[in-house]
Design a protein around this ligand. Structure first.
Ligand code: SF4
Length: 718
């Protein structure tokens, strides 16, 4: 065994937004041994089932090894020239709004930065959006409304300091397992209380002191009721509200309009005793963390749900303090990094805004471009609608599989099939999306690429190269830069390596920043106009970049503990005060009818990830649940004559799929659940997202994946 094969290299897990540190070493079979990094502050050596199986998912099996044009092998030179020529041709003939990029929270920050720079800075359109739109864009919109910037103020340590942890719309036990373990351990040692708010009785309820199975979409009513209760109980932090917030009166008036217990009871379906027990426990607790994810975000009222959570935290001063914070946890390994560098169509890089002339001037000067996009671009669903209508004629899809993961996915396939020009960069050779590509570009995958990711607590970690790339696979940043050069923007994309890009991005975060004063650092809190500040990383040497340890932003000094955001009660709004937002309850978009009498909730399972292009390679992970299923209650099984383990046809207003019936005590009667992971490449039973309509939040554009009206019937002749 060579010395290299013996060396353990630190990197970061490929999967969820917890961002666990791993150590890996190559073995003589060309695969990897993987273990948890005991020094990484996210996981201290622990890994969940997915992280532990990472070594089984590397290698050449199923990989895209060469560029292809119209399914024929091509050289890199030919493929890159084709993409550049076709994009330039479409722009010349139809304008810059006729092209688009659809990217991914799987990308590294450096890849994301370069894609955003090309589209917004040089093509001059903001038609770049990301699959993170489906994951946490409601949290982004909620943070911006309340805090003035997209800031997650908490850190994982807060979970160990809290007296009360509220987990709402978040099956942490399966979707963020290491955070779940941290909470379980904290509960064992500190006896903190845990409340789970979720229509389903998920495995996360195993550690719950209280489970509130509210009706789908009724969160805002529950949290407005809490705000009204706190006011009536004199449990508001009036000093904090006076010094650090604005807008409570209107938010309270809205909360009071339907905030009495009877109204909350009617909307949420919870009983009065449960509701009061929750409200009283909250009022009696001092340190509180509310963790939330897709159950809150993936909703037509997702942004209001987020703000109703931020409202009760602000009203009690439980923001920016040890053990007290609202905490949006991200689904993907680099959803946060994408938000930082402008991967969303409505944001510029480094948390700068289209409607701020200082920001647009600073970016134009920094990038040396006179063609910066001037207005937000199309969000994910609108982007694909624009392809359907003929407005967009060329799309480049990078590291994501929208033909499986977007709502109404059968229609998405038709849209891609009819789009005049589709480029797909992927590391895998066969995905539902890749089947529609005019040009396929082989990208490096996890373990081959090198760069940075940012996890849910704003901690930047290195992903390092652990294995050689198979075939002709290249880094995404290189592919995008080469196309940019061939489109005529060479001077701005002449990067030698990923460290060059990271340094440029960190310099961008310092544009127009106020200086950090002594008083700020003395108090250990941050009062920057834009807290996303990486000034401590702008002069990194290549060696420092290579060796960079995990660091939480803001980073004003290399490898030093960061400051606690909002700890001094100052926010990134123009007034410096956090904003209460009046959040009126709105019901879910779809209603059940005699034809579609059940509500379908869709989501993840413990051992698979997204569309399974990586996790599907591990036999161990596939053992947990091996085929698509529909979880339903025993009452509904009896009502609709469904026998356990038989095939059931599930039909919505958009389509139908076959799923294996699983009787489950997780689901209330009238509600069913199905995971979305399987694709045309992995099953002939149909894709669950075929059923989802694509109704979306008016502010964030995030689709509602948690409440689709469906009917079920047994499949005859089984
Ligand atoms: Fe990877 Fe998430 Fe599991 Fe950690 S919790 S090992 S980041 S999948």
């Amino acid at each position: 065994m060579s010395q290299k094969e013996n060396t353990w290299i630190k990197s970061t897990c490929a999967y969820c937004g917890v961002g666990c540190g791993i150590e890996a070493r190559a073995n003589n079979r060309g695969t990897l041994e993987v273990r948890g990094d005991s020094q990484h502050p996210a996981n201290f050596g622990k890994l969940c089932s997915k992280g532990l199986a990472l070594g089984e998912t590397v290698g050449i099996e199923g990989r895209l090894l060469k560029p292809q044009i119209n399914q024929q092998d091509a050289s890199w030179e030919e493929a890159l020239a084709d993409v550049a020529e076709q994009f330039n041709r479409v722009i010349e003939q139809h304008g810059k709004e006729a092209v688009a990029f659809y990217v991914s929270g799987q990308l590294l920050t450096e890849d994301y930065y370069v894609a955003n720079k090309l589209m917004k800075g040089f093509i001059g359109s903001a038609n770049i959006d990301t699959n993170s739109r489906l994951c946490m864009s409601s949290s982004v919109a909620g943070h911006k409304r309340a805090f003035g910037a997209d800031i997650v103020p908490g850190c994982y340590e807060d979970l160990e300091l809290a007296d009360l942890i509220i987990l709402t719309g978040s099956n942490l036990a399966w979707c963020h397992p290491i955070l779940f373990q941290r909470i379980r351990d904290a509960k064992n040692t500190r006896k903190c209380k845990v409340i789970v708010i979720d229509p389903r009785r998920t495995p996360t309820c195993d550690i719950a002191d209280m489970h509130l199975p509210l009706l789908p979409g009724s969160d805002v009513a529950l949290f407005n009721g809490l705000l009204a209760f706190l006011s009536e109980s004199n449990a508001l932090d009036l000093d904090y509200i006076g010094a650090s917030t604005e807008g409570l009166d209107l938010a309270l008036a809205t909360a009071f309009r339907f905030g009495d217990i009877e109204s909350v009871q009617a909307v949420t379906g919870l009983d009065k005793t449960q509701i009061l027990a929750f409200y009283q426990l909250f009022a009696a607790s001092e340190k509180t963390v509310t963790v939330y994810s897709q159950g809150v975000n993936q909703s037509t009222s997702g942004t209001d749900k987020v703000n109703s959570i931020l409202n009760y935290h602000l009203a009690t001063g439980r923001v920016g303090k040890p053990g007290s914070t609202p905490f949006s946890v991200t689904g993907q390994p680099n959803a946060m990094g994408g938000r930082e560098v402008g991967g969303l169509a409505n944001m510029l890089a480094a948390h700068m805004d289209f409607d701020n002339p200082e920001h647009t001037q600073q970016i134009s000067k920094f990038w040396q471009t006179d063609n910066l996009a001037t207005a937000p671009g199309l969000k994910a669903i609108d982007m694909f609608n624009a392809i359907e209508s003929g407005q967009i004629k060329a799309i480049w899809i990078i590291a994501t599989n929208p033909a499986v993961s977007l709502p109404d996915s059968k229609r998405i396939e038709t849209i891609l099939a009819n789009c005049p020009y589709v480029v797909v960069s992927d590391c895998m050779a066969d995905t539902d999306t890749l089947r529609h590509a005019n040009v396929a570009l082989p990208a490096q995958g996890w373990s081959e690429k090198s760069g940075t990711v940012t996890n849910s607590e704003r901690r930047i970690s290195r992903q390092r190269r652990l294995l050689p790339s198979p075939g002709e696979a290249k880094p995404d940043w290189w592919i995008i830069s080469e196309v940019a050069k061939k489109m005529g923007f060479g001077y701005a994309f002449d990067y030698q390596n990923e460290a060059d890009i990271f340094r440029e991005y960190t310099q961008m975060t310092t544009l127009g920043q106020k200086e950090v004063t002594d008083s700020v650092s003395r108090h250990g809190v941050c009062a920057l106009s834009r807290p996303l500040n990486l000034s401590g990383l702008t002069e990194l040497t290549a060696k420092q970049y290579h060796q960079m340890p995990p660091q939480q932003w803001p980073v004003t000094t290399y490898n030093q503990p960061t400051t606690r955001l909002f700890g001094n009660g100052e926010f990134a709004t123009p007034s410096g005060k956090a904003q209460f937002i009046a959040t009126g309850y709105r019901p879910i978009a779809e209603t059940t009818t005699p034809k579609y009498p059940l509500l379908l909730n869709s989501g993840r399972i413990r051992d698979h990830w997204h569309t399974m292009t990586r996790s599907g390679l591990s036999p161990r992970l596939s053992e947990h649940i091996s085929e698509p299923y529909l979880a339903l209650s025993a009452q509904d099984a009896e009502r609709y004559s469904i026998n356990p383990n038989t095939l059931v046809k599930v039909t919505s207003r958009k389509g139908e799929v076959l799923l294996r019936a699983r009787l489950s005590r997780e689901c209330q009667s009238g509600q069913v659940f199905a995971p979305f992971h399987w694709s045309n490449c992995t099953t002939s039973m149909g894709k669950v997202d075929t059923l989802i309509a694509g109704h979306r939040d008016p502010l964030s554009g995030q689709p509602e994946f948690k409440a689709t009206a469906v009917s079920i019937e047994p499949l005859p002749y089984q």
